[in-house]
Design a protein around this ligand. Structure first.
Ligand SMILES: Cc1ncc(COP(=O)(O)O)c(C=O)c1O
Length: 424
């Protein structure tokens, strides 16, 4: 697989290089040089998740990873299902929260850990990542205990749910966590500064694990195929997929799936009040506001990192950006959506509820709607219990970590402070 840097097209790299390096020169994102269509999508859709995912990843990655190695990696990473649950005759929930940390990030995080373990050269590496909630847990659990790999996770202090926080700040061992006095954008800015610092990069063998890493995106492509595969055959060409979006990695993966032949009619980019993208798609003006805290905190991002990939994909495929439907819900509307969805018999959490409501507004009469449920409702227990007047049960892993002591350290949103901690 060959990739190029979107900001500096002369910089090209293979898959292994892109996985290890994360970002290109000038903080540019890597993008695949080729996204050719898969040969027989209908036959692929008949296969189970793991062999189908191996075929998709082999098609994208090429011969850099032998098929038996790739099969073993996918078998280790995708150890849980992604069921498509019927909500009504024309609406389905794709539940992506059946992995060990109960969020869709388990797909990308676990496949990336497999990639790094397989493709790494000798020497120590440090995974540095910023999380707005769920990446931290997925990455921490995927890498926990792996030899010669340290993990450093930054998250905005007080701005992620207490349960989300407990899931990754209680591990210890090779996992260090910092609560940054700032918002998620400040955490992302620190990560970017770290990757621009040659001294730090060399000293700790820096590597990134947030959704800018191409291996994570490729893993996510696989569950879009799973969603369509689980539809009744007569509905497979009618799907509109609504994606709760923050950093826009998830939507990028969906668009890559479409680019290689998955029959999806349209995507809906669903956001909360941090609605830079829906406003941009309507007005053509890129005008990020200050990030505001919302109920769907994992989407509290006003400068989405992956957006340049969405634009690049549309450019190379000749798609119009305006073909992407979009919309936003404020917190009041999110609460209302969560209640209406619950009244229909489906227990969700704020991120999925936003995607569901905006899907309903967008789906045409003869279309089938799929909304992505990116986290287990218990991960947002405080708000879900309050809004729905329920007592959502904590699944096993959450209950265990919730009872443990957080090992996190609070730091200022100051790169010098972070660097000193990491070098020390
Ligand atoms: C529960 C949940 N939903 C949605 C998102 C947004 O996904 P993306 O950043 O890929 O747009 C996240 C990201 O952290 C998340 O944790």
């Amino acid at each position: 697989m060959k990739l190029y840097n979107i900001k500096d097209n002369a910089e090209t790299i293979n898959f292994a290089g892109a996985v290890k390096q994360g970002l290109g020169r000038g903080q540019g994102l890597f993008f695949p040089e080729q996204l050719s269509p898969l040969a027989n999508v209908d036959a692929l859709l008949e296969q189970p998740l793991v062999p189908r995912s191996v075929a998709i990843l082999q098609h994208l990655i090429g011969d850099e990873i032998p098929q038996d190695t790739l099969t073993a990696m996918v078998e280790q990473a995708f150890t849980f299902p992604a069921p498509l649950v019927k909500v009504d005759d024309h609406t389905y929930a794709l539940e992506l929260f059946h992995g060990p940390t109960l969020a869709f990030k388990d797909f990308g995080g676990r496949f990336m850990a497999q990639c790094l373990a397989t493709l790494r050269s000798d020497g120590k590496i440090t995974i540095l990542t910023a999380t707005s909630g769920d990446t931290g847990a997925a990455v921490a659990h995927a890498f926990y205990g792996l030899p010669n790999i340290d993990v450093v996770i930054l998250y905005p202090e007080g701005k992620i749910s207490p349960l989300q926080e407990k899931l990754f700040t209680t591990l210890g061992g090779n996992i260090r966590t910092f609560a940054v006095q700032g918002d998620f954008d400040a955490c992302q800015a620190l990560v970017k500064q770290a990757f621009d610092d040659e001294e730090l990069k060399a000293a700790v063998g820096l590597n990134s694990a947030n959704s800018i890493n191409i291996s994570r995106l490729l893993a996510q492509v696989c569950y879009y195929f799973e969603a369509v595969a689980e539809l009744p055959a007569e509905q497979r060409h009618k799907a509109v997929i609504s994606v709760p979006s923050g950093n826009f990695g998830n939507l990028t993966a969906g668009l890559i799936a479409k680019a290689i032949g998955l029959p999806v009619k349209r995507f809906v980019a669903a956001t909360n009040a941090n609605d830079t993208v829906p406003r941009y798609l309507q007005s053509g003006d890129w005008a990020p506001n200050a990030t505001v805290a919302t109920l769907s905190n994992a989407m509290d991002v006003s400068r989405p990192n992956n957006w340049p990939r969405v634009e690049e994909l549309c450019r190379v495929k000749g798609w119009e950006l305006s073909d992407i439907a979009s919309g936003m819900l404020n917190d009041e509307q999110t609460e209302d959506a969560l209640k209406r969805l619950f009244a229909q018999g489906y227990l969700c959490e704020p991120h999925g509820a936003i995607a569901w409501d905006l899907l309903n507004k967008e789906r045409g009469k003869d279309e089938v709607g799929i909304f992505l449920c990116t986290a287990h409702p218990a991960k947002f227990k405080e708000s879900v219990d309050r809004i729905l007047e329920q007592d959502v049960e904590l699944p096993g892993p959450l209950a265990k970590h919730n009872a443990m002591e957080s090992l996190s350290e609070t730091i200022a949103a100051d790169f010098a402070v972070l660097k000193a901690k990491m070098m020390g």
